[in-house]
Design a protein around this ligand. Structure first.
Ligand SMILES: Cc1cc2nc3c(=O)[nH]c(=O)nc-3n(C[C@H](O)[C@H](O)[C@H](O)COP(=O)(O)OP(=O)(O)OC[C@H]3O[C@@H](n4cnc5c(N)ncnc54)[C@H](O)[C@@H]3O)c2cc1C
Length: 384
């Protein structure tokens, strides 16, 4: 019972599980505590599996580029099929204003070396043949982005962590910390007390509550998003479609065809729906179905299998909060992943390892500036 770990991770989700794998692979002792009954049961399993490096900020770009390297080589490295598909992302524009916004963003992305280009309406139709051409001005296309199964990836990652010696305490909630001399000396759960040199908050939608247990307030507030999945059909889609237009009750929505042939879709409600209520609504499906059929009429005959609801753990500016806390010298945050925790996960795990072991890479200072827990949160990520 007196064992002391190198790291305790609070939360076995999109971030906590890859972190455990990374530390265990490097032969450091790690304990992951999660209040739910198995890994990935928080927001991780709600993600639809989109993975892109095409963001507007260097920090997110670099972390996601590393994630893409890991996702895309996972099968050949470990022999587990996580259903990686290099299908790419596309942001079609239906107004001149949106075209301008997307072309400006594309220039920023290209300046970071990302492979993203502008396609004419005809070129875009070749990739996504069902797309509505009415008013289409063209689209961005980033062929190196892709998709994978969050359910499979997190489970395989968990098995790997356990095989390398990581320990998991599931069905066990962290309820407090013992703090002495500006250090967390133990982590208290509803079932026991654990000791560790370092403690990482990776509690997703409950990150704020966990941080408050250490007396530190952080601006992570979950808001709800719903998603759905269709029956599998013959491959007909190229890249993920992200429609940035607003509709009644919604902002953008996005959908793609996964490697099993199922169309997976998700929408950003407007105004935002705050809180952690996970009950799916009856309004989501009619709302998104109308929008999807408008942009790709052939989807009208597709049968939907199920819908679900989860949260994006949002920060005011759309950037994660990652780093070592000044108030407590062995407490770290890896929270506020917004709508991108799954795609950030593997790259973020390596970053957390470098932060905790103080083995920074030359890019880390710039990455950490974007994710700084002490920033003013006044900036805005484009398409957060
Ligand atoms: C509909 C939808 C679609 C999405 N699509 C995508 C997508 O395509 N691509 C993408 O990258 N992201 C997507 N996301 C976002 C992604 O799911 C989240 O950003 C990500 O899961 C957050 O990871 P996390 O590790 O911070 O939190 P989680 O994965 O939720 O993990 C946090 C864990 O902490 C545990 N926990 C909390 N409090 C405590 C406590 N006190 N004690 C012990 N354990 C605790 C929870 O039980 C949970 O398991 C989507 C989200 C939704 C809702």
């Amino acid at each position: 019972m007196n064992k002391s770990y190198d790291l305790i991770v609070i939360g076995a989700g999109s971030i906590g599980v890859p972190v455990a794998t990374e530390f265990a692979k490097k032969r450091l002792s790690v304990l992951v505590v999660d209040s739910l009954s198995s890994p990935g049961q928080g927001q991780d399993k709600k993600a639809i599996g989109g993975i892109r490096a095409t963001h507007s900020d260097k920090g997110k770009i670099l972390v996601c580029q590393r994630s893409i390297e890991i996702f895309s080589h996972w099968n050949e490295m470990y022999g587990d099929d996580i259903k990686w598909r290099s299908n790419g992302y596309s942001f079609p524009a239906y107004t001149k204003k949106d075209e301008r916004i997307l072309r400006d963003l594309m220039k920023i992305q290209q300046s970071f070396g990302l492979n993203v280009k502008w396609l004419s309406p005809e070129e875009y139709r070749e990739l996504n043949p069902g797309i509505s051409m009415e008013g289409l001005c063209g689209s961005t296309y980033s062929p190196e982005d892709g998709s994978a199964s969050p359910l499979l990836f997190t489970q395989y990652c968990y098995f790997k962590a356990v095989a390398c010696g990581a320990e998991f305490r599931l069905n066990e909630a962290v309820i407090g910390f013992r703090i002495e001399d500006n250090r967390i000396t133990s982590v208290r759960t509803n079932r026991g007390t654990y000791h560790s040199a370092h403690v990482l908050n990776a509690a997703g939608s409950f990150a704020k509550e966990v941080s408050q247990m250490a007396g530190i307030d952080i601006p992570v507030n979950p808001d709800s998003h719903e998603a759905g999945i269709s029956e599998p059909v013959r491959p007909f889609m190229g890249p993920m479609v992200v429609d940035i237009r607003k509709g009644p009750g919604s902002k953008n929505f996005y959908f793609y065809q996964n490697s099993e042939g199922q169309v997976v879709f998700c929408m950003t409600p407007h105004p935002p729906i705050r809180g952690t209520d996970n009950r799916a609504t009856s309004t989501f499906l009619p709302m998104i179905a109308r929008r999807m059929i408008k942009i790709m009429p052939m989807l009208a005959n597709l049968k939907v299998r199920r819908t679900w609801r989860g949260q994006y753990p949002m920060t005011p500016d759309g950037f994660p909060i990652v780093g070592k806390m000044k108030e407590l010298e062995n407490f770290y945050q890896a929270v506020g992943m917004c709508g991108q925790g799954f795609m950030l996960g593997p790259g973020m795990a390596e970053l957390i390892y470098r932060i905790v072991t103080e083995t920074y890479s030359s890019d880390d200072p710039e990455i950490l500036k974007s994710f700084d827990p002490y920033r003013d949160f006044k900036g805005q990520e484009i398409f957060k």
